[in-house]
Design a protein around this ligand. Sequence first.
Ligand code: SF4
Length: 381
Amino acid sequence: MSVASRPTAGAAYELAPYKSLDNGALQARIAAVRASLGSRLLILGHHYQQDEVIAMSDLRGDSYQLSKMAAESGDCRAIAFCGVHFMAETADILANQPARLEARDGRRVTVVLPDMAAGCSMADMAAIDQVEGAWEELGEVIDTADVTPVTYINSAASLKAFCGRHGGIVCTSSNARAVLRWSFERTSRVLFFPDQHLGRNTAKAMGIPLEQMPVWDPHHDTLGGNTPEALKASKVLLWRGHCSVHQMFTPGHVDLFRAKVPGIKILVHPECPMEVVDKADVQGSTGKIIREVEAAPPGAKWAIGTELHLVNRLKHEHPEQEIHFLSPVVCMCATMYRIDLAHLCWSLENLAAGTPVNIIRVDDETARWSLVALERMLAVK
Ligand code: SF4
């Protein structure tokens, strides 16, 4: 069956006809592209992705894990990243770094994001011009040579490049503490963006008092809403950004489950607000959340505070445990959810036809400096 026709020779297939196909037809066509491209194609499925898409993915993981695994594949020539925009950028940077390009005689890996509208609200909360403006303004009050900029991997490539250029570094939710330690060996202050919660939760666990963690509000006219004294007394300057999914969990949700389910353990992601993390039994990255559940005995009871699709999948894969979603309201990554089978099929058939759509290509200069910041992170033990 062919619903997608080409209006002119060499033009890409249109998306609209794919939307009228049912899941069975889309799955069959995706499977056909996978069979024809073989190991030259990798479909990456982020843990927060919907089940139908995960079922069609070659690799499942968090954003950094997926990019790294794809970059290390010798055969891969095309990546369809079923995640959000910054993840596809990271995949492009790692898969097309100079050493890997050389090993492939200069041939690039094509990275596509099946739906360009799959962005990240957190990454969007720190625009590069805002960060550069803040850095300049900060320089009027404190010595920025004594500040390490640290960006969470959930950020645009331009911010990673900013960190690379300014002696800074990238962190993930699993190595944030080690990265902060690395930073404090070099400078007495850190500017942490875009997620204030990961920054605050990590620094607090290291014993840094809240008074030394002022928040920089990029929408405030002067000094991010701080006094010069507060900035001079700071250890960690937190960017006012957050994940709209993890921000939804509240301490009240924790209290509710503790009252309702005796013996329940609360397991949350460090992108949750401090008041939630403080009340939890365990906090950790997506990988840690999965490992905790996998290691728990039958009958273990959990209320998990992270993205809904991941919690539902854990529930399904571990029927021997009692797993609850921590919030009574739906907290899912709506932008990642935009990537459905229709978009995936459309982007794959265009890839196979040699008319790739939605290519994510980080410019060379940005990629070079981003890689510097990413490699610093890799060197942190
Ligand atoms: S879950 Fe939050 S941080 Fe992750 S992609 Fe979605 S909005 Fe961004």
